[in-house]
Design a protein. Structure first.
Ligand SMILES: [Zn+2]
Length: 378
């Protein structure tokens, strides 16, 4: 992996681009311990727990060791004095071991073969360097997937903090993202120290999250290499998650900014049965996975239309679809609430009603013009 790929383009600016703006700052410190973090995808990451050192303006007490191969290559041991580096916004890393400082009491690190959180097997797949917990229900993974889904840059569910998630997952109330959409106020209020009021607020946030749109959904799903920026790039080319599911890896790669690694990750995520099921479940709970056509939607927003007679260029269904795309509504009968009656060939009694109600009448040509110009008629 190149440094670029390893870091991923997970934020608005690709991290690697920012990294070169600042000179790296290095300092030596001691490794007190090496712990293992289980991430959203089940990936086990060895973390060096450091004697706190002041580095590039922050107190640093942890550094990533990336994976077991990296630990072996650098021969990092507990008790070692190491050089740590912080560059740009990247989390601190161990650059190298200062071996002359070894006393002989350092302890070699063994990557656990079992997940330190759930005890399931932790496996390396193919030629991947990462070891992963194979249990998709692993509480560490579930919590982080949920936390990511609720992140302010994803579905923005503020009330879904780490403490509440700990409880929800540990009490077995939530096993996957879609289950937050079935939580009841009663269930939430039962959770220790969560009152009726905050339960209500959280439910409202969860409800609102359904309408955050495709880009945030794509980011929130936590697909490898799909950060906010790539999620937005995808929605500039595709209007719905189905469209992306139907895209081949080659097709995705033709999009500027989407390289082979990203395209492969998207395709394999969307191909996997459990991810498809998750997407389906989310949709059935009302999570919107289409982009709104915002510009277009505005101009007929709130307008009610009635059709009478046949149109030359559209079937009734097509014409109704066009109205809806632009944010309007089509009803079957004329009432005081009708804004426009569109009159085609051989109109029925609705034309008379429109005249009686003093409703704005559009002949076919005016209707086409309105759609074409995206402007309401005078
Ligand atoms: Zn696990």
């Amino acid at each position: 992996l190149s440094a670029h790929e390893r870091l991923g383009a997970t934020s608005h600016h690709p991290r690697w681009a920012v990294a070169y703006k600042y000179p790296p700052t290095r300092k030596s410190t001691k490794i007190k311990n090496i712990t293992v973090h289980v991430g959203r995808t089940g990936k086990l990451t060895p973390i060096a727990v450091l004697e706190t050192v002041h580095l590039a303006g922050t107190e640093v007490s942890r550094a990533s060791l990336h994976n077991e191969d990296e630990v072996a290559r650098k021969d990092v041991r507990v008790g070692d004095t190491v050089l740590v580096e912080k560059a740009g916004e990247i989390i601190p890393q161990v650059v190298k071991v200062i071996k002359v400082k070894r006393t002989g009491n350092e302890k070699k690190f063994e990557m656990p073969k079992k997940c330190p959180v759930c005890g399931s097997e932790a496996k390396r797949f193919g030629d991947e360097v990462a070891r992963k917990c194979i249990n998709a229900q692993c509480p560490a993974q579930v919590k982080q997937r949920l936390e990511h889904w609720g992140h302010r840059n994803a579905m923005n569910i503020k009330g879904l903090g780490p403490k509440l998630l700990d409880k929800l997952v540990e009490q077995g109330k939530v096993h996957k993202i879609s289950e937050i959409y079935t939580l009841s106020k009663k269930e939430l209020a039962h959770i220790e120290r969560m009152g009726q009021k905050s339960a209500q607020n959280l439910l409202e946030e969860i409800e609102e999250s359904k309408d955050q749109g495709l880009a945030r959904v794509l980011y929130g799903l936590g697909i490898d290499y799909v950060g906010q920026h790539i999620a937005r790039v995808l929605t500039e080319h595709y209007n719905s998650i189905e469209d992306i599911m139907n895209a081949s890896q080659q097709e995705l790669e033709r999009i500027e900014e989407i390289g082979g690694k990203i395209a492969e990750s998207i395709v394999s995520f969307l191909k996997e049965e459990k991810n498809r099921k998750l997407i389906k479940d989310l949709q059935s709970h009302g999570v919107r996975m289409q982009e709104k056509e915002q510009q277009r939607a505005q101009f007929l927003e709130g307008k009610k239309f009635v059709f009478t007679g046949a149109l030359d260029n559209y079937t009734r269904n097509e014409a109704s679809e066009v109205i809806r795309e632009f944010g309007g509504r089509v009803t079957s009968s004329v009432s005081g609430e009708t804004d426009y009656v569109v009159v085609g060939n051989r109109p029925g009694s609705k034309l008379e009603e429109a005249k009686n109600q003093d409703t704005h009448i559009l002949v076919e040509e005016e209707f086409y013009q309105m759609i074409e110009n995206e402007e309401l008629p005078e």
